[in-house]
Unconditional design. Structure first.
Length: 132
């Protein structure tokens, strides 16, 4: 059995807020976050002709999330902005992600285009990464 027990507090404006307990977040993660996702920085490497090109760096951390394909039109309707995205990932709010980092999942590489942190989760939008 699982019980939701929350702690309530007042904000500066006098409104009540509810803090989502860690036990609830852990239950969500155990049920929904099944995809292994590697976080990698974008690095610059010299090519054989002396030029510089961008390449994925070594894995800096790993987290689990729920990945879904998304269209640019859906990103527009979800966030009200023009965002280039081909995948939407829902993950724990502690996911070590920032705009511009690379995510490796299911043999594909994606660059984070938008990252929003909420009380109970993070929402990550990303597009397929093409090495320059």
């Amino acid at each position: 059995r699982f019980f939701l027990v929350s702690r309530q507090s007042l904000t500066d404006t006098g409104r009540q807020t509810v803090e989502i307990p860690a036990s609830f977040k852990n239950k969500i993660a155990g049920v929904f976050y099944k995809t292994r996702i590697e976080v990698r920085p974008i690095t610059e490497v010299a090519d054989s002709e002396g030029g510089v090109k961008k390449a994925p760096g070594a894995t800096s951390s790993i987290f689990y999330g729920n990945a879904q394909p998304v269209s640019a039109q859906l990103a527009q309707s979800l966030l009200g902005q023009n965002i280039e995205a081909e995948i939407k990932i829902t993950a724990p709010e502690t996911a070590p992600v920032a705009t511009g980092t690379l995510l490796a999942l299911k043999d594909e590489m994606y660059e984070v285009t938008d990252y929003k942190r909420y009380d109970s989760h993070a929402e990550i939008l990303a597009r397929r990464w093409k090495a320059a």
